[in-house]
Design a protein around this ligand. Structure first.
Ligand code: SF4
Length: 442
């Protein structure tokens, strides 16, 4: 092994936002001459990019940091850095360091883009460097990125959140909404398409409020229309939408261009207006159904996926039945289902009427069974159809290629040729639960 080459390894927890932020850390390290290590054992620097949305992600991160103690003993020069939203919580850095004194760098969500300066500083000093900025971060342009999800590219359009849903810690650790300038986003997308990326996924905690903080009148509907007008064959996706800001203008913008996937992630969280109010979601059951109805009126075949939480404080059996009836009505094309988990520092964690785990478990199983049944029926309707998919990867366990149609449905198929990054036509031959099996057609 060449001793001059320094290697990095990044361990990422949480959502697409974090995956993309790890691409930025990897980009910064690459620009400093580091290359990717096979695993933490062969790395000179290990970075934990943490998530604190759910307690179990935090527990896993702490468990994995603890496991590096032995490695650090064997290799005193190993740098261990911990960042992400876990460390951004008040007083968290100090308590983390008291548990794991061998950590070298602790940084937050607002100064990730300064990782080069942080690492350079650390390399010239012995003691642990703690730099967690408490104020809202500004917007950095030009951070190098080492992208890992070809043919898809993630593009941040905004940071932070203003919504303060009562169960969520994000606004406390990621600050208030800050939108990137429209031209910077468009330039990044143009560049990605030129580089050969075939799918762009725009990221924000609530993409529908993009531009509210800008003075030039930019909004999300105009942004997606302008990106879709860039020359070339590619797909445009975005996440996450907030139903309260999901306007008619948005729906018509999605309908306006074939490059914009007819697939919308619209988290409902609960079918009970009472629970939605307790969650501080700023819409009720009727308003959500109104948005769904409008979307289906303008784009009848539009796929809709969602997030649903059960066991929120004070959720009664009747409230849960409201969720069940809404799921049946919506016929969602997919749902991320969760049991509410009490998160310190949130309003909901202090609420009366926390629900027994056994009750929540029963509810989630009922919900999962229902959604699986809906998805099975939807999958069955695909059999015999011809669909265009974007080939994304090779699944070595299944020994076949995989890709999604514009509605987000996963299709597996075999091919002698590497087709990753190509649009191909497949005929669906059978279903396999949530996914589909297909045959390539010329
Ligand atoms: S919209 Fe609500 S759930 Fe989503 S990040 Fe903001 S506070 Fe959290």
């Amino acid at each position: 092994m060449d001793n001059c080459i320094k290697r990095y390894f990044i361990i990422t927890y949480g959502c697409q936002m974090n995956i993309h932020e790890s691409e930025k850390i990897a980009g910064i390290l690459t620009s400093m001459g580091y290359t990717l290590a096979e695993n933490e054992k062969t790395a000179d620097i290990v970075v934990f990019n943490t998530c604190c949305i759910r307690e179990n992600a935090e527990d896993r991160a702490e468990g994995n940091i603890g496991a590096l103690k032995k490695l650090k003993k064997q290799n005193k020069n190993l740098i261990i850095a911990v960042g992400g939203c876990m460390t951004q919580q008040p007083n968290f850095a100090i308590s983390l360091l008291s548990k794991f004194p061998f950590i070298d760098i602790i940084f937050g969500t607002h100064n990730l883009e300064n990782f080069k300066e942080l690492l350079t500083k650390k390399l010239s000093q012995k003691k642990t460097l703690i730099e967690v900025i408490e104020t809202d971060g500004c917007i950095y342009e030009g951070t190098p990125k080492k992208r890992t999800s070809y043919p898809n590219a993630w593009v941040n359009i905004m940071y932070g959140c203003n919504n303060f849903c009562t169960y969520c810690i994000v606004p406390y650790v990621r600050g208030r909404e800050r939108s990137r300038k429209k031209q910077d986003i468009i330039n990044e997308c143009k560049d990605l398409i030129k580089q050969g990326y075939k799918e762009i996924t725009l990221l924000g905690q609530n993409v529908n409020s993009y531009g509210n903080d800008l003075e030039d009148g930019s909004n999300f509907a105009d942004l997606i229309k302008e990106i879709a007008n860039i020359d070339g064959k590619f797909r445009l996706r975005f996440m996450t939408n907030h139903p309260k800001d999901f306007t008619d203008e948005m729906i018509y913008a999605i309908a306006s261009n074939d490059k914009i996937c007819k697939c919308v992630h619209l988290p409902v969280q609960s079918g009970s207006s009472k629970v939605l109010d307790l969650m501080n979601r700023h819409y009720d059951r009727e308003y959500y159904i109104n948005r769904l109805d409008k979307l289906k009126e303008v784009i009848p075949n539009c796929a809709v996926t969602t997030d649903i939480m059960v066991g929120f404080p004070q959720e009664t059996d009747d409230d849960f039945l409201d969720t069940i009836s809404l799921v049946k009505y919506a016929d969602f094309n997919g749902a991320f289902t969760f049991v509410y988990s009490r998160r310190n520092g949130t309003v909901a964690s202090e609420m009366q009427g926390q629900i027994e785990e056994t009750v929540s478990q029963k509810r989630i199983m009922t919900l999962i069974d229902l959604q699986n049944e809906i998805n099975r029926k939807q999958s069955d309707k695909y059999v015999g159809k011809t669909v265009e998919i974007l080939c994304e990867d090779f699944d070595s366990k299944k020994n076949c290629y995989m890709g999604r149609d514009e509605f987000g449905k996963m299709v597996y198929f075999t091919s002698d040729k590497n087709l990753i990054g190509e649009f191909v036509m497949t005929k669906i031959t059978k279903t396999g639960g949530m996914s589909l099996m297909g045959e390539l057609i010329d």
